[in-house]
Design a protein around this ligand. Structure first.
Ligand code: ADP
Ligand code: MG
Length: 698
């Protein structure tokens, strides 16, 4: 039975339409004002909104409400309170007040705070974010909120994002005014994140401790077939997967999430979902919800959705493409090359700001995608390298070249620009030669940031993009507002910016070795791993940037650095412990038993007659016994290494380096030994499901 999509869409969202319908006119108006320009909300208004919200939610089957927030764990958190309120006659009524809508006090002592919140002050509070709509999920009214400590420090991923939206709004409006635009009231950034994921059968998942504890396989020899035939990409979707996607879409639509495209990805069992873009703040909330709902819907289909960046060796891992642009409140895309020379000079100024921002803050962009999981992808010839650069396409690069050199641009449809050089008025969107290897590619009217990991919140990357571009727009506005000859100053600014920052532009193959060398010659950063990248977060220039724009305080930055480094250490530690466990309890005993049965066979065959050949048994016994010993000694080494971590004390940087340089290489060696055992052991004797089954049987 197919339902009417336009009826489903947004049916579980307390949206603008619903508010208009359910709220008295003046209440709606003042709420709308708060949403539009961030003015304070009066408590009497909040009370009216709370009652309307509760009545609407109860109609949708809700019995509870929650302040839905995004702590530093990277996933969302909720604590449910029911609406019931006891009456003197023993009955209950359903109640919800403006106070409860605006502020919550979850016991927050167990969320990571990186030392920000002393335990005697463990309480944090959540504050309603009226710019993201409330919704009903599983019988619970979810109210999107920001999460802070009592002394006001942000403990979540939403607060800095909202601040960064404010900052870029302010600075971009200054630029628009310089170009005579007085109509725009607000500038927002927009995001459309393309989400990759794997779907596997739950019966295989349940048999592998590595998948259960770490979300990825820590062992596993490659199957005879991988992704080399490229027959999965955009291939026909299997019925079970298709049923999953159908249900997923319906759930997402009900929550007002604009799920648009779905297809099979490169690796077997890998898929992608892309929504239509929306305001960054909402896009981040929606992506968090999408990841959660993917997991829930998969479970109902006997499947498991793996969001890890590298669930399987030997086939592609999963990422997230963060499509980002800047737009006015009336929907004018400021990264869209214009039709007139006037619009084009404004476009080029915004473009110059992005170029300068990416060059000056390569480190922050790299850090925003750093995680233990993503370390397995970046630079592994399936995802962009760890070097941040940007792709503009040949035509745009030629235009910038002519501006820089003051020469005439002789492109196909060149025409005079106001800033005195020649440039095309009708930019031809070049969608044919998109560079898939670039970390940050201009794709016609937006930038596609391709380094993000599939499991990460997209909040961090957008906090960085919004803030660094706002910083450059501010510098530009400071200069241009004082200019005596606006066009001359504009021309100078754009050409100087290009001259000073063109090293960040690279249109070639980002996967190639030559690029590594070339990037080094250009002086670009190459922060290969999370441990290399994270410490730069608190570099002086970055602290200056974020504190200046009031995105983070210095204390918040240090706490975030600690949280991220600790997360890395904990993840690698859990992986190592899981490997030790599986090797000792699953693989070594299984191989030992198998060698025992081979030996029994060989002994009885040789017992009959020495003329009967049993070379297969004898060679396997020798090979597997050797590998089992090798496995055992690597396990012992790994256990020793984990104990040795104590020598680092509490110093997170020291610990991070230790796990990266000492623990990870032993994990690799242990895996290699076990994988060679798998290749030589009977399928019946192998204790866990193998890649061929997990990736192809669904
Ligand atoms: P692909 O990268 O697969 O070729 P598309 O060009 O269709 O895909 O777009 C990918 C994503 O970019 C979609 O989620 C889309 O909504 C988003 N997108 C398109 N325009 C913008 C924009 N102005 N701002 C942010 N995201 C955008
Ligand atoms: Mg894409």
């Amino acid at each position: 039975m197919s339902k009417n999509i336009s009826e489903i869409f947004g049916s579980m969202v307390f949206s603008d339409v619903v508010m208009k319908e359910k709220l008295p006119k003046d209440v709606y108006k003042s709420l709308h004002k708060t949403i539009g320009n961030g003015s304070d909300l009066d408590i009497t208004v909040a009370n009216m909104v709370a009652i309307a919200m509760k009545d609407w939610a109860i109609e949708k089957g809700a019995t509870h409400y929650t302040h839905w927030f995004q702590p530093m764990t990277g996933i969302t958190a909720e604590k449910h309170d029911s609406f019931i309120s006891p009456q003197s006659d023993g009955r209950v009524i359903m109640e919800f007040s403006g106070k409860e809508l605006i502020k919550g006090e979850p016991d927050a002592s167990s969320f990571p705070s990186g030392g920000l919140r002393a335990t005697f002050e463990a309480r944090g509070y959540t504050a309603w974010d009226p710019t993201s709509y409330a919704f009903v999920k599983d019988g619970v009214l979810c109210i999107p909120t920001a999460f802070c400590s009592y002394s006001g420090e942000a403990l979540d991923k939403k607060t800095p994002l909202l601040h960064s939206m404010e900052t870029i709004n302010e600075q971009a409006l200054r630029i628009l005014r310089l170009f005579g635009n007085t109509a725009a009231k607000r500038v927002i950034t927009t995001v459309g994140p393309e989400q990759e994921y794997f779907l596997i059968d739950k019966k295989f998942y349940d048999q592998r401790k590595d998948l259960i504890f770490t979300g990825r396989t820590l062992f596993g020899a490659t199957a005879p077939k991988g992704q080399e035939l490229e027959d999965h990409y955009f291939g026909a979707i299997k019925p079970r997967v298709s049923a999953f996607m159908k249900e997923l879409n319906e759930e997402l639509w009900a929550l007002g999430i604009l799920a648009k495209t779905e297809h099979n990805e490169v690796a077997p069992a890998q898929h992608e979902l892309a929504p239509i873009f929306t305001t960054t703040n909402i896009a981040v909330d929606h992506n968090q919800l999408t990841m959660e709902i993917m997991k829930n819907v998969a479970a109902r289909h006997g499947l498991v959705c793996l969001l890890h960046e590298k669930p399987f060796e030997g086939v592609n891992g999963s990422g997230k493409h963060n499509n980002w642009s800047i737009s006015t409140d009336s929907g004018i895309n400021l990264l869209e090359p214009g039709k007139s020379p006037h619009e084009n000079s404004q476009f080029l100024l915004f473009l110059a700001a992005v170029i300068k921002a990416v060059d000056e803050y390569q480190d922050l962009m790299r850090i925003s995608v750093a995680s233990a999981g993503n370390d397995h992808r970046l630079g592994a010839n399936e995802a962009p390298p760890a070097i941040v650069s940007m792709f503009l396409g040949d035509e745009l690069e030629a235009i910038l070249g002519s501006i820089e050199n003051g020469t005439e641009y002789s492109g196909t449809e060149a025409a005079t620009m106001e800033i005195g050089v020649h440039v095309l008025p009708n930019f031809i969107k070049d969608t044919t030669d998109r560079n898939r290897t670039s970390p940050f590619a201009f794709t016609g009217n937006k930038f596609e940031f391709r380094m993000l990991g599939s499991a990460q919140s997209v909040s961090g990357s957008n906090v960085v993009l919004n803030t660094i571009v706002a910083e450059e727009l501010e510098q530009f506005a400071d200069i241009l507002e004082k200019a005596e000859d606006f066009n001359a100053e504009l021309n100078k600014l754009i050409s100087e910016t290009i001259k000073n920052h063109k090293r960040i532009i690279f249109n070639g193959d980002g996967y190639s070795e030559e690029w590594q060398a070339e990037a080094e010659r250009r002086g670009l950063l190459n922060l290969k791993t999370t441990v290399d990248a994270l410490p730069h977060f608190v570099d002086e220039k970055n602290v200056r940037l974020f504190t200046k724009h009031k995105i983070f305080s210095a204390a918040e930055m240090h706490s975030r650095y600690e949280i991220l480094m600790e997360a890395y250490i904990k993840i690698v530690n859990i992986e190592a412990l899981t490997m030790v466990d599986m090797a000792k309890k699953d693989f070594i005993p299984a191989v030992s038993r198998y060698v025992g049965s081979l030996s029994a066979t060989a002994a009885s065959v040789l017992g009959i007659s020495s003329r009967v050949p049993c070379l297969a048994e004898l060679s396997l016994i020798e090979k597997l016994s050797g590998l089992n010993d090798e496995t055992y000694s690597e396990v012992t080494a790994l256990e020793e290494a984990l104990k040795g971590a104590e020598s680092c004390g509490e110093d997170t940087l020291k610990l991070g380096i230790y796990y990266k340089d000492v623990v990870l290489p032993i994990m690799d060696r242990l895996r290699s030994a076990v994988d060679r055992m798998e290749e030589n052991t009977s399928a019946a004797a192998w204790p866990v499901p193998v890649y061929g089954e997990i990736l192809f049987e669904i």
